[in-house]
Ligand binder design. Sequence first.
Ligand code: FPP
Length: 240
Amino acid sequence: MSEENRGSLRIPAHIAIIMDGNGRWARRRGMPRTFGHSQGAKVVEEILEDADHLGVKYLTVYAFSTENWSRPQAEVKALMNLLRRYMKSSLAKCTKNNVRVRVIGDKSMLDKDLQDAIEDLERNTASNTGIGFQIAINYGGRDEILRAVRRAAAQGLLSDPEKIDESVLEGCLDTAGIPDPDLLIRTCGEQRISNFLLWQLAYSEMYFTDKAWPEFDHEELLKAIDAYNHRERRYGGLTD
Ligand code: FPP
């Protein structure tokens, strides 16, 4: 894409990403799947910086789903270790880049030290005013909606059916206060949302690429944003 075209791109405020293909990418190179995940973790950090520089306000990535526990134990452990390392080592960078981190998903099933590291990073970046970086861990869209309903019930928000509207549920989702994604990117060929942000993706534009996540880079991000610029968002209405 030419420099001139880049300058005129409309930048989505919120991009969500299903980072697929780490395992396939590694196996194609004769490497263990976990090598793909380590490479993928490096790419996440690069794309966060790229997105921030482009003016994206929120980036949400799917790091570990409620279904991923069924993978071999060694792979689950490797993924948890990558997440642990990120939580424990990223404060300085987040502070420098003014990044606000929030983990979405059910944290109660994670190891206690990982829960503590998440809480520390969230707390220590909570007053940053730059890009919001959401990491989905032990996350499932249906599980999030169920937990939101339970939360709403516990707060007595469901006692009068007439008063239940979208804002009640939205306020109880893990993403409360964060606008819905404008663009969903999924890498490595599959075209489905796999239980990611079921509520929030209602009107998002979808972009699918055959590139595996470890191959995703600045140019690929620009391609996805360029495709987004060619979509007409109607939110169920008419434009003329
Ligand atoms: C899907 O690829 C990817 C995952 C299940 C894990 C994604 C996690 C990371 C990239 C690490 C995140 C780190 C930070 C710091 C947020 P796959 O393994 O299902 O690939 P395959 O479909 O080729 O098997």
